[in-house]
Design a protein around this ligand. Structure first.
Ligand SMILES: [Zn+2]
Length: 146
């Protein structure tokens, strides 16, 4: 009888709940932004992963973009999940010469695992350059604050 009571008490143990209700501020227009990028690209901007498996990544971060920039196709790249993660975390970026910039904090084995090396480059249109420069400046500011 005691064991059964303990079991009932455990049913109400909050640590056992695996879901919680939350208020969430959700991005609006992200799907539209991705569809726009899909009309222009068929693979990840850095590798051969098919566009279907990519994510729409903003060159100038969403948080600091205007409403117009958040849906502007030249402020975006289609990146596979690995490359999107690295770009989002500031571990890779792009120079004006279209070459990839790789953080020194990524070891050579991590670079191999994430499929990044100095030979990778992206095609940057004239309209994208403005956002690439902004990203480089944001990265530099971020490093100076760290
Ligand atoms: Zn990729």
């Amino acid at each position: 009888m005691t064991a059964k009571l303990e079991l009932i008490d455990n049913d109400y143990n909050e640590e056992l709940f695996t879901e919680v209700l939350k208020d969430v501020k959700q991005r609006k227009g992200q799907a539209k932004f991705r569809k726009l990028l899909l009309t222009k690209h068929i693979t990840c901007a850095l590798c051969s992963v098919e566009a279907y498996h990519t994510r729409a990544s903003h060159i100038k971060p969403w948080a600091s973009s205007s409403d117009y920039e958040r849906l502007y196709i030249n402020n975006g790249l289609l990146l596979c999940p690995n490359h999107d993660y690295l770009f989002d975390k500031g571990l890779i970026s792009f120079g004006e010469s279209e070459n990839i910039l790789i953080s020194r904090s990524l070891s050579s084995s991590q670079r191999m695992s994430f499929n990044v090396n100095e030979k990778l480059c992206i095609q940057i249109s004239e309209k994208m350059e403005k956002y690439i420069v902004i990203t480089i400046n944001l990265s530099l500011n971020h490093k100076q604050q760290a």
